[in-house]
Design a binder for this molecule. Structure first.
Ligand SMILES: NC(=O)c1ccc[n+]([C@@H]2O[C@H](COP(=O)([O-])OP(=O)(O)OC[C@H]3O[C@@H](n4cnc5c(N)ncnc54)[C@H](O)[C@@H]3O)[C@@H](O)[C@H]2O)c1
Length: 262
């Protein structure tokens, strides 16, 4: 038995990185998956990788931060699957590292629109259907950047702190409905978003230092985040609600320190 057998799921940001790995893992676990992304080529690649694994996912091009598109992807999942059990609102952008005094209002608005308002819209449009089914799981991708500084720019960190709050507050807004909302806070994961960091380190010959400041002394891979999303999406997490879980090799457990010589 797969952990998502018989479930209908949506994954946003499914055209790359964590969203692609989650689409694949959810499909392997038995879910029917609608894969949502604004990058159509990335989506096609994801659908192909799922098919190569002997499973099926459906592509839905959409801007996850635009209300009409969110309504459309929820409608499409209901049309295709006849129900909706899981939404993984994962799409996000980093916005890069712009010095504080050079950040424009437009820069902040675009990051908040995709990273925070996108997950809000996913909850707003998906949860009513889950409420009528008396069950459902919504998973959001936050970040260790939402816990404290130095894992992204100011608007990125603020957006991810907002996502953690959104998981807490919306779980409470859905009180008594059977619908759960939780967040995952990834540490440093090798994906499209972090490619420039990895490329630069490899160019400099310092790739072995990436991720060294967490207790596992390494960076993470998308499937390690997908595994947490799968758990939260599944009935195994039936009593887990309103929480944000760091999946970061232990990074957020530490104070700053100097790595001891071995
Ligand atoms: N990679 C990391 O180290 C890391 C750490 C913490 C949190 N995260 C978060 O994980 C999530 C997934 O990112 P990733 O690391 O897999 O990066 P990624 O760039 O590989 O994937 C992100 C995907 O989201 C899509 N996307 C962006 N904006 C969108 C929009 N408006 N509508 C639809 N799709 C959109 C992109 O096209 C891309 O396919 C993001 O929310 C990111 O903030 C990543």
């Amino acid at each position: 038995m797969g952990r998502l057998d018989g479930k209908a799921a949506i994954v946003t940001g499914a055209g790359s990185g964590i969203g692609r790995a989650s689409t694949l893992l959810f499909a392997e676990a038995g879910a029917q998956v609608l894969a949502v992304d604004r990058d159509e080529a990335g989506l096609q690649q994801t659908v192909k990788e799922v098919a190569d694994a002997g499973k099926q996912a459906f592509a839905q091009p959409a801007d996850a931060g635009l209300e009409s598109d969110v309504r459309a992807y929820v409608d499409e999942a209901l049309r295709r699957f006849g129900k909706l059990d899981v939404v993984y609102a994962n799409a996000g952008i980093s916005g890069g590292l712009v010095p504080l005094f050079e950040q424009s209002v437009e820069h902040w608005q675009e990051i908040l629109r995709i990273n925070l308002i996108g997950p809000f819209l996913a909850i707003k449009h998906a949860a009513p259907h889950m409420v009528s089914q008396k069950q459902g799981s919504i998973v959001l991708t936050a970040s260790v950047a939402g816990l404290r500084a130095n894992a992204g720019g100011n608007p990125y960190s603020a957006s991810k702190a907002g996502v953690i709050s959104l998981a807490q507050t919306s779980a409470n807004s859905l009180l008594g409905t059977g619908v759960r909302v939780n967040a995952v806070c990834p540490g440093l994961i090798e994906t499209g978003m972090t490619k420039p960091i990895f490329d630069m380190a490899r160019e400099r010959g310092t790739a072995d230092k990436i991720g060294q400041l967490n207790p596992l002394s390494r960076y993470g891979v998308p499937r390690e985040i997908a595994a947490m999303a799968l758990f939260l999406a599944s009935d195994d997490a039936s009593y887990v609600n309103g929480q944000a879980f760091a999946v970061d090799g232990g990074l957020s457990s530490t104070h700053p320190f100097t790595r001891p010589r071995r």
